[in-house]
Design a binder for this molecule. Structure first.
Ligand code: SF4
Length: 182
């Protein structure tokens, strides 16, 4: 067995190195479910207010504390996890959510379509827009796009990091959409 694959009741998970980032010490997690959850997806969406889902697409996507999470009928993928302990905790959390949704199914109203409530422009408009480059990206717009995709965190913007209280609205909308904030 792959030494980085762990078996749990109901699922297994493995850690995959992020090859495109040679110096990264983080992993992506692949969580394989023993039983498929295709019919459950619209009910999971009902419990995940900041996700994106279109019925029939077969995938629920969301940002969760800086991780990009994709929920498929047979598996979940979770990006940017630091170690096995972090992966184990996240997988346990998502499996507990699946079990809760299964238990509460009769009381839940399925949601067939949900769009993310944040865009790159929403982030960009609330940044300093000075293009100072201190985040190591050439423009604030490039940084906003990187944050939106989960490739950077808002704290990498130096003005936000040094005076977060000046960016309260930005931090609030990011938190509401599951992004990691300072
Ligand atoms: S550090 Fe902040 S203000 Fe400077 S370019 Fe990056 S996003 Fe813009």
């Amino acid at each position: 067995m792959d030494p980085l694959t762990f078996e749990k009741p109901g699922y297994s998970f493995s850690l995959v190195n992020i090859d495109c980032l040679p110096h990264s010490t983080h992993f992506n997690v692949l969580m394989a479910l023993d039983a498929p959850i295709e019919s459950l997806l619209p009910y999971l969406v009902a419990c995940l207010p900041a996700c994106t889902y279109v019925h029939g697409s077969g995938v629920v996507q969301l940002m969760d504390r800086g991780h990009i999470v994709a929920i498929y009928p047979d598996r979940l993928t979770i990006t940017d996890v630091p170690d096995t302990t972090g992966a184990e905790a996240l997988c346990a959390e998502y499996f507990a959510l699946i079990e809760r949704v299964q238990r509460e199914l009769p009381r839940l109203t399925p949601v067939l379509r949900r769009q993310r409530s944040i865009s790159v422009l929403d982030i960009y408009r609330r940044l300093p827009q000075t293009n100072c480059g201190l985040c190591l990206l050439p423009t604030c717009f490039a940084f906003a796009a990187a944050v939106f995709r989960g490739e950077s965190v808002i704290g990498a913007c130096k003005p936000v990091e040094s005076t977060p209280s000046d960016f309260g609205e930005l931090i609030e909308i990011l938190q509401a959409n599951g992004y990691q904030t300072p």
